[in-house]
Design a protein around this ligand. Sequence first.
Ligand SMILES: [Zn+2]
Length: 123
Amino acid sequence: MWLTGSTLGAGSDDGPVPRRDPEDLREARDRRLADVSVLLPDAESRFRCGRCGNLTRFDVVRSSRVREYWHLALAGDPVVEDTEVVSETVESVSCRWCGAQGDEIEIVPRPEAGGPDVDPHES
Ligand SMILES: [Zn+2]
């Protein structure tokens, strides 16, 4: 019942706002894809599966743009002699054991920084 009159009116009053929002949303989404959707461990941290405790085995999907130095033999066979990663995006990380992904994959400190050093699958 209340979804008629006033609610519809409020909805159309919001008209100008959504017109501004899509860009904001797109920016937010790009930002998330770029650096928040998959957080990567650094020198003091590591992945941990929050569902099963796995510390050591993950499937990582990443896309890379690379520049390669191809050295072709006169016969035509190329040998890649140098590879430079121009850009790289990690798209997803999932647990090799239980398939957990997204928020279930945590970043925890490495053992020397006080983090876990026991993997239930490694014992
Ligand atoms: Zn797991």
